[in-house]
Design a binder for this molecule. Sequence first.
Ligand SMILES: Nc1ncnc2c1ncn2[C@@H]1O[C@H](COP(=O)(O)OP(=O)(O)OP(=O)(O)O)[C@@H](O)[C@H]1O
Ligand SMILES: Nc1nc2c(ncn2[C@@H]2O[C@H](COP(=O)(O)O)[C@@H](O)[C@H]2O)c(=O)[nH]1
Length: 189
Amino acid sequence: MAKGLLIVLSGPSGVGKGTVGNALRKRLPELTYSVSATTRQPRQGEENGVNYFFRTREQFLEMIEKDELLEYAEYVGNYYGTPRDFVEQTLEQGKDIFLEIEVQGALKVKEKFPEGIFIFLLPPSLDELKDRIRGRGTETQATIDHRMSVAVDEMNLMQHYDYAVVNDEIDLACKRIESIIIAEHCKIR
Ligand SMILES: Nc1ncnc2c1ncn2[C@@H]1O[C@H](COP(=O)(O)OP(=O)(O)OP(=O)(O)O)[C@@H](O)[C@H]1O
Ligand SMILES: Nc1nc2c(ncn2[C@@H]2O[C@H](COP(=O)(O)O)[C@@H](O)[C@H]2O)c(=O)[nH]1
């Protein structure tokens, strides 16, 4: 059986990865979505095992030690990582899997799965990016400033990706990503 496609959506904080990812879930229910582990505190409304597996720092370090993560990164003071078994089993079953992760982690996945599809989500402008992080109302001013300074470095790594998609409008960004996935399925490998 042919393996599924590994699709990675990445880009700076606040660009809309989660929003676009959620919209894609409705449009593409046949995709399997990876749930990450993190040491950050849950935001209001977030559920353990649905949005993230919320873990203590000790539990996360144990996952690293046991090699249970496909990749992990320390991002703005917290750890985030992709549980390995779920990704590998999904691909083996011939199903596509979708990861929504930050840039350092995406580049580590690329080293292990160069055949994956790496999509960089871009904001229409840096001012709009800042407005989106601030508008979400989940971060302190210090975290917003930190995430914005990381964002500038992250944008410089876009060249390592296969596709750049501008998230100007959620619906358009989803259509662009859907088109990429359809085209990748038609590719002669
Ligand atoms: N196309 C868009 N137009 C306007 N606002 C948007 C758009 N996409 C997302 N947003 C808004 O921007 C904010 C950030 O979006 P979201 O949380 O999805 O970003 P993210 O990239 O997942 O962030 P993080 O990496 O910090 O988790 C949210 O308030 C969301 O509603
Ligand atoms: N390298 C990884 N990055 C991840 C993973 N899961 C989520 N993320 C990214 O972290 C930042 C911050 O997320 P937030 O929920 O605190 O706003 C964001 O860019 C996520 O995409 C992961 O498993 N590995």
